[in-house]
Design a protein around this ligand. Structure first.
Ligand code: HEM
Length: 502
C-alpha cells in the first residue's frame, strides 16, 4: 500500500512542470493575500486595491495630500485605502474630524508604529509612542516645558534675544540675495535647544549646521518612495541599498549628538537643581529607579529629547519661511503689516506677546500664512485603538487614520478665497477673528504639545523681522509657491533680499 502511494506521488511530482508549481505558488499567495485583506461588513468604501501593494501606487508621492482630494470627491468624507496590507481611512470635514479627535478621542489616541519608526525609536519617545509610555512622557514633557519656558516670561525673552542674533545675521547680507533657510532653522532651533539642552548654537557652528542639515534631510527622506516601500515591505527593503539606508544613518548621527549632550549633562549634574529639560528628566529617572514598568530611562531620554528637537525645529521654521515668501510675493500686505508694527511700537521697542492684541492685522497675516502653508497637510497619523463605529462605518482596531487638514484649510464653504492668500479670512471689522476650521496644531488630547511655544515664536520672529527688513524677490529671479514634499510641506528653497528699513 505504502509503495503504491509512493509511486503515485512520484508520478504526480514528475507530471508537475516548474510552470505549474509557480502558478500554484502564485494562486496560494493571492489567496493568502485575499484572506489577509478581508474587511468587516460596513467597511468604508475606497478605490479598488491591487494584490500585495493595495493602493500604494495610486497615490502621487510628489503631492500625496492633493491626490487624496480626488478620492474624497469620489468616495466621500470617510474612505479607505490600503498600503501593502495596512488598512487606513481618510477623514474629511470638521464634524467628522472633531468626532475622531475630540468626541471619540480614546478610540483614536494612538499612533500607528511604522517599521521605520519601530527601527529608529523602538516604540519610545513622545510623538509616536502609545499607551502608558506616551501618557507618562507627555505629562512629564508638558510640565518640564512649562517650567523651562512655556508660559513663562523668560521664554519670550529668550525668543527676543535670539531674534536679535537673527537680525544681525540677516543684516550682514546687506540687502543682497541670500537663502534664509538655515539661518531661520538655526534661530528657531535655538529656542527648543535652550529649553532642552540649556544652550544655543552659533550660526557659524559647523557641527550644529551639519545637524540641522541632517534633520532637514531626515524630514525629506522619510517621505521618499523608498522609505514608504520600507514601511510596507521592511524585510525586503532591509537588504536593498537606497535612501532609506541614509535615513537610518542620519537618525543614528542625530541620536549620537543627543546622547553626547546627555553625557555632558551627567558629568556636572546637580540633582538638587535642574538647569533644563535634560536635567529634569535625569531627576525623574532617578525617582523611578527600580520600577521596571516606568518609561523613564536613559534611552527614552534620548528619544524624547530628539522628538522635541525635531518637532520644535522643522515646524516653526518652515512656517516662518512660508511667511517671508508670502511677504515678498505680496508687498502690499507686507506694507500693511509694517505700518501696523510702526503704529504700535517705536523703533527701539521689541515686539512681545503683549503687543499681539494691538496688532490684529499682523496676527491675521500669521494665521493666513499657517492656513496657506498647511505644513502638516494630513495631520500626524492616528490609529484605531479598539473596533469602532464612525459615521455608520465599521473601523477595525489597528486601522490607520488620516485627518484631512488640507481639505479643511481649503474648504470653499469656509474660506472666501480658499486658494489665495487673504488675511481678511481672519478679520472682522478690523478685529482678529478666530476660525473653527483652522486646525494647524490639531485638537484634542493628542494635539500639538508645542502650540503655545510655536505661537510665541511665530509672532515674535515674524514681527521683529518685518520691523527691521522689507523682504523682496531678488531682481530677475522668480519666486514661486512650489513646495517640497517632506514630513512638513516646505517651500522650495528661495533666495530673498532683506532690505534694511530706514
Ligand atoms: C508652527 C508650528 C507647529 C505646528 C503647525 C505643529 C503641528 C502639530 C500637529 C498637527 C501635531 C499632531 C497632533 C495630533 O496628532 O493631533 C503636532 C504634534 C506635536 N508637536 Fe507640534 N507643531 C508645531 C510646533 C511645535 C513645537 C515648537 C514643538 C516643541 C515643543 C512641537 C511639539 C510637538 C510634539 C511633541 C507633538 C506630539 C504630541 C503627541 O503625540 O502627544 N510642535 N504638532
Amino acid at each position: 500500500m505504502l509503495e503504491a502511494l509512493g509511486s503515485l506521488a512520484a508520478a504526480l511530482w514528475a507530471a508537475l512542470r516548474p510552470g505549474t508549481v509557480l502558478l500554484g505558488a502564485i494562486v496560494f499567495l493571492l489567496l493568502t493575500d485575499l484572506l489577509n485583506r478581508r474587511r468587516p461588513k460596513n467597511y468604508p468604501p475606497g478605490p479598488p486595491r491591487l494584490p500585495f501593494v493595495g493602493n500604494f501606487f495610486q497615490l502621487d508621492f510628489e503631492q500625496g495630500h492633493l491626490s487624496l482630494q480626488r478620492f474624497v470627491k469620489k468616495y466621500g468624507n470617510l474612505f479607505s485605502l490600503e498600503f501593502g496590507d495596512l488598512p487606513s481611512v481618510v477623514i474629511t470635514g470638521l464634524p467628522l474630524i472633531k468626532e475622531v479627535l475630540v468626541y471619540q478621542d480614546q478610540n483614536f489616541v494612538n499612533r500607528p508604529i511604522s517599521p521605520i519608526r519601530e527601527r529608529v525609536f523602538k516604540k519610545n519617545g513622545l510623538i509616536m509612542s502609545n499607551g502608558h509610555i506616551w501618557k507618562e512622557q507627555r505629562r512629564f514633557s508638558l510640565t518640564a516645558l512649562r517650567n523651562f519656558g512655556l508660559g513663562r516670561k523668560s521664554l519670550e525673552e529668550r525668543i527676543q534675544e535670539e531674534v536679535a542674533y537673527l537680525i544681525q545675521a540677516i543684516g550682514e547680507e546687506k540687502g543682497q540675495p541670500f537663502n534664509p533657510h538655515f539661518k531661520i532653522n538655526n534661530a528657531v532651533s535655538n529656542i527648543i535647544c535652550s529649553i532642552t539642552f540649556g544652550e544655543r548654537f552659533d550660526y557659524q557652528d559647523d557641527q550644529f549646521q551639519e545637524l540641522l542639515r541632517l534633520l532637514d534631510e531626515v524630514t525629506y527622506l522619510e517621505t521618499t518612495v523608498w522609505c514608504q516601500l520600507y514601511n510596507v515591505f521592511p524585510r525586503i527593503m532591509n537588504f536593498l541599498p537606497g535612501p532609506h539606508q541614509m535615513l537610518f544613518s542620519n537618525w543614528r548621527k542625530l541620536k549620537m549628538f543627543v546622547a553626547r549632550v546627555i553625557e555632558n549633562h551627567k558629568r556636572d549634574w546637580n540633582p538638587a537643581e535642574a538647569r533644563d529639560f535634560i536635567d529634569a528628566y535625569l531627576q525623574e529617572t532617578e525617582k523611578h529607579k527600580g520600577n521596571a514598568a516606568s518609561s523613564f530611562h536613559e534611552e527614552n531620554l534620548i528619544y524624547n529629547t530628539l522628538d522635541l528637537f525635531f518637532a520644535g525645529t522643522e515646524t516653526t521654521s518652515t512656517t516662518l519661511r512660508w511667511g517671508l515668501l508670502y511677504m515678498a510675493l505680496y508687498p502690499e500686505i507686507q506694507e500693511k503689516v509694517q505700518a501696523e508694527i510702526d503704529k504700535v511700537l517705536d523703533e527701539s521697542q521689541q515686539p512681545s506677546m503683549a503687543t499681539r492684541e494691538s496688532m490684529p492685522y499682523t496676527n491675521a497675516v500669521i494665521h493666513e500664512v499657517q492656513r496657506m502653508g498647511n505644513i502638516l497637510p494630513l495631520n500626524v497619523p492616528r490609529e484605531v485603538t479598539v473596533d469602532t463605529v464612525l459615521a455608520g462605518y465599521h473601523l477595525p482596531k489597528g486601522t490607520m487614520v488620516t485627518t484631512n487638514l488640507t481639505a479643511l484649510h481649503r474648504d470653499p464653504a469656509e474660506w472666501a478665497t480658499p486658494d489665495t492668500f487673504n488675511p481678511e479670512h481672519f478679520l472682522e471689522n478690523g478685529q482678529f477673528k478666530k476660525r473653527e476650521s483652522f486646525l494647524p496644531f490639531s485638537i484634542g488630547k493628542r494635539m500639538c504639545l508645542g502650540e503655545q511655544l510655536a505661537r510665541a515664536e511665530l509672532f515674535i520672529f515674524f514681527t521683529s523681522l518685518l520691523q527691521k527688513f522689507t523682504f523682496r524677490p531678488p531682481e530677475n529671479e522668480k519666486l514661486s509657491l512650489k513646495f517640497r514634499v517632506s514630513l512638513t510641506l516646505a517651500p522650495v528653497s528661495h533666495r530673498l533680499c532683506a532690505v534694511p528699513r530706514g
